[in-house]
Design a protein around this ligand. Structure first.
Ligand SMILES: *Cc1c(COP(=O)(O)O)cnc(C)c1O
Length: 221
């Protein structure tokens, strides 16, 4: 579809919602995409990208960072505790803080390295057993625990169930964020980012609509 068209759609959705498009970050989800496609978007001047695997990101982003300045790399996939250190080195923002053990690991790494990337807590809004994330009912307590650990929690993230109306999940995430004093919302993908913007998304994660269909789905969500 192309960057210009996505940017136009973001601007239109923001306008419809009486919001400033500058408050919405487009994360170009580059997982599994060929490097030529990623490079084309970099050449158009875009700088925020998302990857869902540490290993894959480690294989492609250090080289891009050498050639393009100002890249902001977002981790949007599940993180194994033993890869947390590497994730701290590679990513500028982590959207998938999804369990107490990972919070403790982040706190320890932050102490040790003197640095912690901004974090989003992933909420399992659909309470799907196979999906990562904090249950909605446990979110308030988890935010409090993360704050006690002095983690830089910026907001909440969700991936709505595939077969449900996403807006119900966007509304729930918004409500949970508001009541915890969190201003950032990572929600909305290729098929529903305009709705997410209507519900207050500050970070939308768009892959296939921007880059075209993923060449293999082996590493999709
Ligand atoms: C792959 C992925 C996306 C992008 O999905 P598209 O439907 O291709 O836009 C967004 N968020 C997460 C967490 C993903 O894994």
């Amino acid at each position: 579809m192309g960057l210009t068209e996505i940017t136009d759609r973001i601007a239109k959705a923001a306008q419809d919602a009486d919001r400033d498009p500058a408050d919405i970050t487009l994360i170009a989800v580059s997982k599994v995409q060929p490097n030529e496609r990623v490079e084309a978007v970099l050449n158009e001047g875009h700088r925020s990208f998302g990857e869902n695997r540490v290993q894959e990101a480690a294989g492609k982003w250090p080289a891009f960072r050498e050639r393009f300045e100002g890249i902001d790399l977002h981790l949007i996939g599940p993180l194994q505790t033993n890869k947390a250190r590497q994730a701290f080195e590679l990513f500028d923002v982590i959207h998938t803080l999804d369990r107490p053990k990972l919070a403790k690991t982040f706190a320890r790494l932050a102490q040790e390295t003197g640095h912690c990337p901004p974090l989003f807590i992933q909420v399992n809004t659909g309470e799907e057993p196979q999906k990562a994330g904090i249950a909605p009912d446990d979110t308030d307590a988890f935010v409090e625990d993360c704050r006690a650990l002095e983690l830089p929690i910026q907001g909440l993230m969700c991936i709505p169930p595939i077969d449900e109306t996403p807006s119900l999940h966007f509304a729930l995430l918004r409500k949970l964020a508001d009541r915890n004093g969190l201003s950032q919302l990572s929600m909305g993908m290729s098929d529903d980012f305009e709705q997410a913007i209507a519900f207050g998304a500050t970070h939308i994660r768009v892959g296939s609509a921007l880059f075209g269909a993923r060449v293999t789905n082996a590493q999709s969500t």
